[in-house]
Design a protein around this ligand. Sequence first.
Ligand SMILES: Cc1cc2nc3c(=O)[nH]c(=O)nc-3n(C[C@H](O)[C@H](O)[C@H](O)COP(=O)(O)OP(=O)(O)OC[C@H]3O[C@@H](n4cnc5c(N)ncnc54)[C@H](O)[C@@H]3O)c2cc1C
Ligand code: FES
Length: 261
Amino acid sequence: MKNPTLQIEKIVDETKDCRSFFFESEKLAQAQPGQFFMVWVPGVDEFPLAASYTSDSDGTFGITVEAVGDGTRALYDSKIGDHIGIRGPYGNGFEITGKNILLVCGGRGTIPLALLAENAAKKEIKIDAILGARSADKLLFKDRLEKATNVSIATDDGSAGVKGFVTGIADEMLGKNKYDCVYTCGPEIMMFKLLAICEKNNVPMQASLERYMKCGIGICGSCACGSVRICKKNVMASSELKELSAFGTEKLDKAGRRVKA
Ligand SMILES: Cc1cc2nc3c(=O)[nH]c(=O)nc-3n(C[C@H](O)[C@H](O)[C@H](O)COP(=O)(O)OP(=O)(O)OC[C@H]3O[C@@H](n4cnc5c(N)ncnc54)[C@H](O)[C@@H]3O)c2cc1C
Ligand code: FES
């Protein structure tokens, strides 16, 4: 099957490590927050990236990438006019429920949550967000979150906001306020700890999980987390995560070996 490609229309530097790329496609612009695309850089590799911007009105959408290896570096270095293969959207999106929600964003996990914040804000939902990163210069989509939510910030080195982890702030906020649902994406250990905090406070949580993905459509098994193919689910509810013994413990690496999550 021929992999269709789209031309890069616009590029925006978001932080010193993350860059967004914009394309035109009415179909792909329908992606929901939490859904992802399989992104193919011709001659290099194909890998999953979350939908980071969508626009119903003009059919444009964006993806945001942090260069961590060969594939993401090749996309990061791409120029306006270059052609990139994009298939999807795949996986479940977040389901927006309730009138008072909390977003807990860790590092590049902020990518799908910034889009979720903007969509939820259009529904007049009260949104609090906790944004975390290793340092101030790595805080992603701070401006987008500030427009749609009340943001609290945590950095590992204390260069912005509270020195510490987003889970510390989440513990305090969930103890003080009543939320209908908590939404999260970020390092798995962060989401694992957050699940325990949500359980303690009887609040449901939805989390977008990362696993090593090859096909993106449930065939190859490289994204398996226990018995679940994460590419088919992607966003999982706390009730499902509790049943998943591999959540927070193990995943498959590039070669299909079991490693620590
Ligand atoms: C559903 C989903 C959505 C994602 N959305 C985004 C996004 O919006 N923006 C973004 O920058 N990244 C996102 N990622 C992570 C991104 O797919 C990986 O960073 C990418 O596959 C690395 O490819 P590479 O060829 O550059 O690096 P590789 O050479 O394959 O790997 C380089 C390093 O990255 C690690 N790595 C590779 N794949 C993953 C993975 N799936 N999860 C965690 N670590 C990995 C490797 O262990 C290695 O240390 C997402 C991942 C998933 C599963
Ligand atoms: S990536 Fe192939 S089954 Fe999920």
